[in-house]
Design a protein around this ligand. Structure first.
Ligand SMILES: Cc1cc2nc3c(=O)[nH]c(=O)nc-3n(C[C@H](O)[C@H](O)[C@H](O)COP(=O)(O)O)c2cc1C
Length: 368
């Protein structure tokens, strides 16, 4: 396997990455009262020492009372939490890595199994998380305006603390995606509408405010998914034309990199071409893209939550697509939970002890 294309540097605005491998954002729930501890800093530092080029943090929530359903998910606001994040980024830099926080508002959620609840109801475009399930309230226009400001404040803090970029979590049926999805956005004001471009107004206003706060030279990533946790086969954009009409206004608003979440990177996005989501996003916008989904593993991550094990798998198909220019960067999730040195082993072609991924690994290894 010739994997040299994975080990070329990548430069874009504030980013200077030594290779093409990105650690995918992965929630850990090890930040009591929202404050990232020394353990959290050590966990990320270990991945930087293991030669991950760019680390994206676990989702970290913006300053809205009901932006989270879990007391141990880290905040990206407040003096203590931000001091914790400063330790994280300093450790990653000392180890030669680069990093961006994934800025998150969960929107309408299921109640967490811990029983913890925020002091105000969950908020979203229409109170809905999925068809037939509401658990919170519909945001007013002033809630929306305040939420946009809170995303901007978090972005300014990311830059001030020394992060190298930031990612907006616009995927997986959380707040921004709940505005995109017709099943969760039933609004009749300017934030709703029959078409995907109309329902993208919230995302675009968030992006513009974030860009205003960080300036032109700071890289902004947005993570998007066509699929929803309640419907894996769902597609927001059903044709390349619809995808173009969805993504280009976000590019114009200030997105530098589209992070295209798939469960399996090799699955074509539309009939008639083998291009995946990241391939299409790059072709349609001309922007850099990140692919993700079961890189180096046989099975996908949602099945892993349900107990399915995965074995290590070949990177040949990934590299074929990368060499063809389909995408710029490759995000890897579970392999980096199992093994902080996964990237180094791939670079050295030392595949003898690459690990698969098991449910036990999920429970245990996220601790380290
Ligand atoms: C434990 C775990 C937590 C995750 N948390 C997040 C998250 O906070 N934000 C996000 O966008 N995706 C999250 N994901 C999805 C991953 O970023 C990634 O897209 C997915 O695991 C597929 O990559 P993989 O097949 O390499 O694991 C999570 C996945 C796992 C396994």
């Amino acid at each position: 396997m010739n994997n040299e294309s994975l080990f070329r540097p990548f430069q874009l605005k504030s980013l200077n990455i030594k290779n093409r491998i990105v650690m995918a954002p992965m929630t850990r729930s090890f930040s009591p009262d929202g404050v990232p501890t020394a353990n959290v800093a050590a966990y990320y530092r270990k991945r930087a020492e293991g030669e991950v080029g760019l680390i994206l943090s676990e989702g970290t929530v913006i300053d809205r009372i009901s932006s989270s359903n879990d007391a141990s998910v880290p905040h990206f606001h407040g003096e203590q939490a931000l001091a914790g994040w400063k330790n994280v980024i300093d450790g990653v830099h000392q180890a030669g890595g680069e990093m961006g926080p994934q800025l998150w508002h969960m929107g309408i959620m299921d109640n967490h199994h811990s029983g913890w609840l925020p002091s105000e109801p969950f908020e979203g475009p229409s109170g809905l998380n999925r068809p037939g399930f509401s658990n919170g309230r519909t945001m007013t226009e002033s809630d929306i305006a305040d939420t946009i400001i809170a995303f901007g404040k978090a972005a300014a803090d990311a830059k001030r603390l020394g992060f190298d970029c930031l990612e907006l979590h616009g995927a997986h049926d959380y707040l921004i995606d709940q505005f995109f999805w017709e099943e969760t956005n039933k609004r009749t004001d300017v934030y709703g509408g029959k078409t995907l471009p109309e329902r993208s107004k919230f995302a675009i206003e968030v992006i513009k405010e974030v860009r205003r706060q960080v300036g032109e030279d700071f890289a902004i990533i947005i993570r998007l998914s066509q699929w929803k946790p309640a419907d894996y086969s769902y597609k927001l954009a059903k044709t390349p034309q619809e995808m173009e009409a969805w993504l280009n206004p976000m590019a114009d608003a200030g997105v530098d990199i589209f992070h295209c979440s798939q469960r399996r990177f090799w699955e074509p996005e539309f009939d008639g071409s083998d291009l995946n989501f990241a391939g299409w996003a790059k072709k349609l916008t001309g922007k850099a893209t990140i692919t993700v989904g079961s890189v180096g593993l046989t099975g996908e991550f949602l099945a892993a939550f349900a107990g399915e094990s995965s074995q290590p798998s070949s990177l040949d198909e990934l590299i074929r697509r990368m060499d063809r220019g389909d995408f710029d960067l490759v995000a890897v999730g579970r392999p980096l939970l199992s093994d902080p040195n996964w990237v180094r082993k791939i670079r050295e072609k030392d595949t003898s002890d690459l690990k698969g991924f098991t449910k036990e690994a999920l429970a245990q290894l996220v601790l380290e």
